[in-house]
Design a protein around this ligand. Structure first.
Ligand SMILES: Nc1ncnc2c1ncn2[C@@H]1O[C@H](COP(=O)(O)OP(=O)(O)OP(=O)(O)O)[C@@H](O)[C@H]1O
Ligand SMILES: [Mg+2]
Length: 499
């Protein structure tokens, strides 16, 4: 039962006792009080799910209570209980956020109906909160790290969160762009409204417009019912357009209009809808370069880039590596119920000399695997990290930092992924080092082969979008299954919210 605790606020003793009894009989935990002051006292001490409130009370009106409650993060639902003579004030209470009203005297059946509605709504709210909470099991949504770059990032987040400005977050894969976007929403005045994420790369091109803007019944084959788009769902809140570089020129034009006018039409509809949404976009490509190559509209880029945020790669904030590792160890020790005591100095050194091309995501995966491999009651050692023999890292200067080359690929995410990892022996001399592009090509083609040419399956195992695979094959000049079939696969296989 999502509703457990109820306050009955009623100054008439007989009515108060009666309602209290009826609720107790339905096994609710009830507190019954005659004044607003007493109700505030209860609210300050505990969380309540529902309040039955009389309109006229000795020390004020039910509307005062509504105003107070609107400011609480854990708002209980309020049912106004009113005499026949004061229906008008009940209506005004509804306008001020009351959930429902009951007119005295009411039957046991009327009470049951109201309770059922409150139960249903509370359940929906809870499920929604749960779905909005990002991956609670694998790690919370807190941005960790104490490097100057992270502190700067945090202060920028606090600053922009207060505004309505559109934000463009750029940075390499795995640096924490999504985490940053969630932090902006959480610290903004929209925190209690929806946060809706659209993964632009995971949605097949032909469906993206209806995903954004919704569609009317019969708008296209398969549109059996009217459907609201993500922009509508995000009304009052924030929409995250993840991997924005992946949208087609046609959808770019429509998005530009939403950003300029905050209005759009559903696919197949002619009614113009207005929305109030804060837009955050992320990309791990350099959008300026996409603009220069004429793949991305310049006007759209300017609209998105009102507040640019750059999340630096992990190799540029090495101070964070040990801090993050320590916190990840604690997290995974809890998650897997093991007893790892910490990490050895050699392990720290090994972590610090790694290049982290996969950034924080890679670090997180490495630590999770290490925690599982490490025997109970011991510190993590370099061997648990899966980087290969400890003496092996070779430092090569790469632009801003010197990276080491991981001797073995990071742990595959699943057994199925392990099956598609190529068993290429690693070269002994620098001359024979294969380029990353060649390795990537070989790895993608190998994955496709193992997955019988099924791009969706291969994409899932590789942890990339089907669109990435499609683009890569295009780049390699490899013809595969037609895109329509692959797109249909993508629609069923990859949920829009999935990373
Ligand atoms: N500063 C951080 N503190 C804690 N966890 C982090 C941090 N940065 C990233 N992570 C974790 O690393 C993983 C990748 O983060 P996120 O999904 O935000 O990256 P991203 O930049 O959006 O990557 P991509 O471009 O591949 O989508 C997540 O599991 C996230 O929780
Ligand atoms: Mg992301």
């Amino acid at each position: 039962m999502p509703i457990e605790k109820i306050i009955v606020l009623e100054d008439d003793l007989v009515l108060r006792k009666h309602l209290e009894q009826q609720l107790r009989a339905r096994r609710y935990d009830v507190a019954a009080v005659p004044t607003l002051a007493a109700a505030y006292e209860l609210l300050s001490k505990d969380n309540w799910d529902l309040i039955f409130a009389d309109v006229q009370l000795p020390d004020g009106e039910g509307t005062d209570l509504l105003q107070q409650i609107q400011q609480r993060p854990d708002r209980p639902l309020v049912v106004i209980v009113t005499g026949f003579g004061s229906v008008e004030s009940a209506v005004s209470c509804m306008r001020n956020g009351a959930f429902d009203y009951l007119i005295k005297p009411f039957s046991s059946e009327q009470l049951s109906i109201t309770l059922q509605k409150a139960e249903d709504l509370t359940r929906l709210i809870r499920v929604n909160d749960y779905l909005n909470k990002d991956r609670a099991d694998d790690g919370g949504s807190e941005l960790m790290g104490r490097s100057p770059a992270m502190e700067q990032l945090r202060s920028l987040i606090r600053k922009v969160a207060r505004t309505q400005a559109t934000v463009l977050i750029q940075g390499e894969s795995g640096t924490g762009k999504e985490l940053v976007s969630r932090a902006i929403h959480r610290e903004s005045p929209r925190a209690n409204a929806p946060f809706i994420k659209v993964n632009c790369a995971a949605i097949p091109e032909n469906l993206i417009e209806s995903e954004f803007f919704g569609h009317e019944k019969g708008a296209f084959t398969g549109a059996l019912n009217k459907r609201e788009g993500r922009f509508e769902l995000a009304h009052g809140g924030t929409i995250l357009l993840d991997e924005i570089s992946e949208i087609s020129p046609q959808v770019q034009a429509k998005l530009l209009r939403v950003l300029q006018e905050r209005e759009f039409e559903r696919v197949g509809g002619n009614r113009t809808l207005k929305v109030d949404v804060r837009v955050i976009a992320t990309t791990n490509r350099n959008l300026e370069e996409s603009v220069a190559r004429k793949e991305f509209r310049q006007d759209l880029f300017f609209r998105l880039n009102v507040v640019p945020i750059h999340v630096p790669p992990l190799r540029q904030r090495r101070d964070d590596i040990v801090v993050l590792s320590t916190q990840f160890i604690q997290r995974f020790v809890r998650k897997h119920g093991v007893n790892v005591t910490g990490m050895s100095t050699a392990c720290k050194e090994s972590l610090l000399s790694h290049g982290w091309p996969g950034n924080v995501r890679e670090l997180q995966n490495v630590i999770e695997r290490a925690v599982i491999l490490c025997p109970d009651g011991q510190d993590l050692q370099p061997t648990h990290l899966g980087f290969g023999p400890p003496a092996a890292p070779m430092a090569v200067p790469v632009g801003e930092a010197s990276r080491s080359i991981p001797v073995a690929p990071a742990a595959p995410a699943s057994a199925a992924a392990a099956a598609v990892a190529p068993a290429a022996p690693l070269p002994a001399s620098a001359d024979s080092i294969q380029s990353l592009a060649d390795l990537e090509r070989a790895h993608i083609l190998h994955a496709l082969e193992v997955c019988d040419g099924n791009r969706t399956k291969a994409a899932r195992h590789l942890g990339v979008s089907i669109r990435t695979i499609r683009n890569k094959l295009h780049e390699y000049g490899v013809a595969g299954r037609d895109d329509e079939a692959a797109a249909a696969d993508g629609a069923s296989g990859s949920s829009a919210g999935a990373a």
